[in-house]
Design a protein around this ligand. Structure first.
Ligand code: NDP
Length: 285
């Protein structure tokens, strides 16, 4: 048996086409959605992510501006920039690229972002809304994984979903979104005992660990849906996921690839959140 490899490119293209049309409708009404991305320091991976986000905005007609600040920017300066973006009517979404330099308190910066412009969904109030199931913007990576799952036309309700990883930006919100769609959810982490025994029970397995190729065929129930969130470098410096693709492809039912699936879906959800935030701003005028 060999896995159906999920066509991330096709899914991303079709969602971005819809977003593009909906952005166009707002532009016609004189309300172009706008995203501000803030990058502090010169981390090369962050610079690439920020460039990709700006390019994706341009492709769908979202206005974007990138604020590149030096590494020695003070916390006060950064908070003041966010304050002015909060009050800027052209800007509907604010994204501060993480990680920030060590002298800046990350949670203070996230707390400063207006809840209605928090397109990453990192603000504690938005996280709380997600927890209690109140409608709100959804965190981009987990929302992107749910979109991928929806394209498979396989039921989620009643399925056993196992999420490996419990970070605030991926693992925990991922588990909540699966729970919201009535999956039975197990969360695993670095202290989990007998990981393989648990992951082998999964109908849907989400790997969000940050360890190159750690999920092998032995972790996967034959026929399971496996979504790889990981973005790592292998021993040759090549981009790879948390899943050993060649090995797991032999027995999984569906498998996502790295790169080309969850990464571009995450950016697509950022575009959608910016569009949603702009619509919301328009409705509340
Ligand atoms: P974190 O480092 O914040 O979290 C990793 C999680 O994995 C932790 O909960 C940790 O457990 C758990 N873990 C570590 N080692 C093991 C192990 N041996 N067995 C089981 N669990 C383990 O990472 P993120 O959640 O931020 O990211 C995870 C991966 O997803 C990374 O590769 C990252 O690059 C990628 N990513 C990709 C995105 C995309 O757009 N495609 C977006 C965001 C992330 P514990 O809590 O106990 O330490």
């Amino acid at each position: 048996m060999s896995a159906h490899i999920i066509n991330g490119k096709e899914i991303v293209a079709s969602i971005r086409e819809v977003i593009k049309q909906e952005v166009q409708e707002l532009v016609i009404q004189g309300k172009q959605p706008g995203l501000a991305v803030v990058l502090v320091g010169d981390d090369s991976a962050s610079a690439v992510y920020v460039r990709n986000k700006a390019k994706a905005c341009e492709e769908v007609g979202i206005y974007s501006e990138v604020h590149r600040l030096p590494t020695d920017t003070s916390e006060t300066e950064l908070l003041s920039l966010i304050g002015s973006l909060n009050n800027d009517d052209r800007i509907h979404g604010i994204l501060v690229q993480l990680p920030l330099p060590a002298h800046i308190n990350e949670s203070m910066v996230i707390d400063m972002i207006s809840i209605s412009k928090d397109v990453d969904c990192f603000h504690p109030i938005n996280v709380g809304n997600l927890l209690i199931g109140k409608p709100a913007l959804l965190p981009c990576t987990p929302a992107g994984v749910m979109e991928i799952l929806h394209t498979l036309n396989e039921p989620i309700a009643g399925k056993h979903a196992v999420v490996v990883g419990r970070s605030n930006i991926v693992g925990k919100p991922m588990a909540l979104l699966l729970l919201r769609e009535d999956a039975t959810v197990t969360i695993c982490h670095s202290k989990t005992k007998n990981l393989q025994e648990i992951t082998r029970q999964a109908d849907i397995l989400i790997a969000a660990v940050g360890r190159a190729k750690m999920i092998t065929k032995d972790h996967v129930k034959p026929g399971a849906i496996v979504i790889d969130v990981g973005m790592n470098r292998d021993e040759h410096g090549k981009l790879c996921g948390d899943v050993d693709f060649a090995d797991v492809a032999q027995s999984a039912g569906y498998l996502s690839s790295v790169p080309g699936c969850v990464g571009p879906m995450t950016i697509t959800m950022l575009l959608r959140n910016t569009l949603e935030a702009a619509r919301h701003a328009q409705a509340s005028v």
